[in-house]
Design a binder for this molecule. Structure first.
Ligand SMILES: [Zn+2]
Length: 259
């Protein structure tokens, strides 16, 4: 699932990380955080992914197995996007905790401490790995009565909670600016903090997609136990219910404009 170019990129940022943190024992903390996060995701993702499916869908709808995304190589950009999500989550959570405790992040030492906290909180981003598994599982939810089919997704408020994180981080940053914090200092601190947590997040994401994804997916599917069926789509005229091929411009029966 992980493309070769991504390994090259990862080796490159590893070198920068080593160069940056060679003086500080943070390198070990970074590796430790990435590996602990991966183990946490590997162990608990199937359970969490099952819990974040809306109960209503499991109760009322038929969950049908489609084609899970396995073996396909994720593009460089997609991998970069995926690994930035857990980092952003724990980055925002850390800023939020600092805001509640009313502690400023101003010196480089503060950034190191905040970075260590963010790395410690990184395993909590398991909602994100759960979301990946649900969305890549190829499962569809079918409502027999309303006759609609939709891709299986996670509970809406958890989705919003994940998305809310990044907005929160921006709001907090603006809040600090309004409080008269030095802009340059703030930007450097925040970038350093984000970078510190991006590294273990990338490590965990690579390990997850390389070594855990297919077993996590299997364990998740064993919990959901989807109904094995092909989904057939039938197109009909919205006005007279005449079966359609899909290429018509007007309905052959009632002449309604179709496109
Ligand atoms: Zn018609």
């Amino acid at each position: 699932m992980v493309g070769r170019r991504f390994y090259i990129y990862f080796a490159f940022i590893s070198l920068i990380a080593l160069a940056m943190f060679i003086m500080v024992p943070l390198t070990l903390v970074i590796l430790f955080s990435g590996i602990i996060t991966w183990i946490f995701w590997h162990t608990l993702t199937p359970k969490i992914a099952f819990r974040v499916i809306p109960r209503r869908l499991l109760r009322e709808n038929i969950i049908v197995g489609g084609r899970p995304r396995v073996g396909e190589v994720l593009s460089f950009v997609e991998m970069l996007r995926l690994s930035s999500l857990p980092a952003l989550f724990s980055f925002s959570l850390t800023l939020f905790l600092y805001e509640i405790a009313n502690v400023p992040i101003s010196s480089i030492d503060d950034v190191s401490v905040a970075g260590a906290i963010a790395m410690f909180l990184l395993p909590l981003s398991i909602f994100i790995s759960a979301k990946w598994v649900v969305e890549y599982s190829g499962l569809f939810s079918i409502n027999r009565f309303e006759k609609n089919v939709s891709k299986l997704t996670i509970i809406e408020y958890i989705e919003e909670f994940i998305g809310f994180g990044s907005i929160l981080a921006i709001l907090l940053t603006l809040g600090q600016l309004a409080a008269g914090v030095d802009l340059e200092n703030l930007i450097i601190s925040l970038l350093a903090l984000f970078y510190m947590v991006l590294y273990p997040s990338t490590l965990a994401t690579i390990l997850f997609f390389k070594f855990s994804y297919s077993s996590v997916l299997t364990r998740f599917l064993n919990k959901v136990r989807p109904f094995r069926a092909e989904i057939n789509i039938e197109l009909r005229c919205p006005r007279c219910n005449q079966p359609l091929e899909g290429g018509e411009f007007t309905c052959p029966n009632c002449n309604t404009q179709l496109r």
